[in-house]
Design a protein around this ligand. Structure first.
Ligand code: NAD
Length: 295
């Protein structure tokens, strides 16, 4: 049994921490929300009065926070995690944040004598609850090997993507493909409608042809062809448009810094911004088909 500190017990962190408790570890958590702390206690964990108190005798610390600015503040502010944890503690940040921030925070933590990996996830709240997340991990080999048994209690696929920040790089590259491909598939269904081609016929053909992709065959944006896709429940999420916009902005931020040309990534970010600004932030991201249809 390890002593694990967990900071950020929201929609993802809450069930992830519960899976660490189920795995036999002593989990002490902190969140700004009292309801989140109560859920941790129900799951068998212990509540701490501050982030520092959650980690002051931890061997491993997991964080699952909204954005890079929260990660930077929680880790590096005076009296933050870097100061509070015993030297040599392993930190795993699973939040989705900027590549550059992840690299800055890991370098600062290593300079303070800690080990740290970035380990963002895909799989959503369903995967967090079921313990089937995919972890994309960036960091030193030794830190990855220490993190692996902890990550295995929360996920099914654990991939070491390279050095610090490479987990975040993998996450935003993958989600940039997803955002672009969802728009491409949606445009094709809208065009098919206008041409009098039945949606099911397009699906049957494209899913066996070169248009085949996850956005089509697993997450089809029109109702009918894939009964489990959010299109069949009026676009209840799933993965919200706000989250897709966040990840596309992170990809644009990284592309700008790295000098990579991503014109379709930029266009996808712009279209999701429009969609979110029209009041669709909490709709599933596949609902963008409605905006493209003009309905
Ligand atoms: P959430 O808003 O439900 O949870 C974040 C939690 O962090 C909240 O409970 C909040 O109170 C807490 N928090 C914020 N600042 C804090 C601080 N200073 N100290 C302690 N707690 C603090 O968000 P979520 O859906 O759990 O997402 C977390 C991260 O995971 C995000 O980076 C998100 O992009 C990523 N992610 C989410 C999903 C998803 O489907 N929800 C999927 C993949 C990745």
């Amino acid at each position: 049994m390890a002593r694990i500190g967990f900071v950020g017990l929201g929609n993802m962190g809450g069930p992830m921490a519960a899976n660490l408790v189920k795995g036999g570890h002593a989990v002490t958590g902190f969140d700004l929300s009292d309801a989140a702390l109560a859920r941790l206690e129900e799951a068998g964990g212990a509540r701490a009065g501050s982030a520092a108190a959650a980690v002051n005798d931890a061997e491993v610390v997991v964080t699952m926070l909204p954005e890079g600015r929260h990660v930077e503040a929680v880790y590096l502010a005076d009296g933050g995690l870097a100061d509070a944890a015993p030297a040599g503690t392993l930190f795993i940040d699973s939040s989705t944040i900027e590549v550059a921030t992840a690299r800055r925070v890991i370098a600062a933590m290593e300079a303070r004598g800690h080990a740290m990996v970035d380990a963002p996830v895909s799989g959503g709240t369903g995967g967090a609850t079921a313990g089937t997340l995919t972890f994309m991990v960036g960091g030193a080999e030794a830190a990855f090997e220490r993190a692996r048994p902890v990550l295995e209690l929360m996920g099914r696929t654990i991939v070491h993507a390279g050095g610090p920040g490479n987990g975040q790089a993998a996450k935003i590259c993958n989600n940039m493909v997803l955002g672009i491909s969802m728009i491409a598939v949606s445009e094709a269904f809208v065009l098919a409608e206008k041409l009098g081609l039945d949606a099911q016929k397009l699906f049957d053909i494209a899913s066996k042809s070169s248009g085949q992709c996850w956005s089509l065959t697993t997450y089809c944006p029109v109702p009918g062809p894939v009964p489990t896709s959010p299109a069949n429940r009026d676009y209840a999420p799933g993965f919200t448009a706000a989250m897709m916009l966040k990840d596309l902005k992170l990809a644009q931020d990284a592309a700008g810094t790295a000098g990579a040309a991503t014109p379709l990534g930029a266009e996808a970010a712009q279209l999701y911004r429009l969609f979110v600004q029209s009041g669709n932030a909490s709709l599933d991201f596949s609902g963008i088909v409605r905006m493209l249809r003009g309905s």
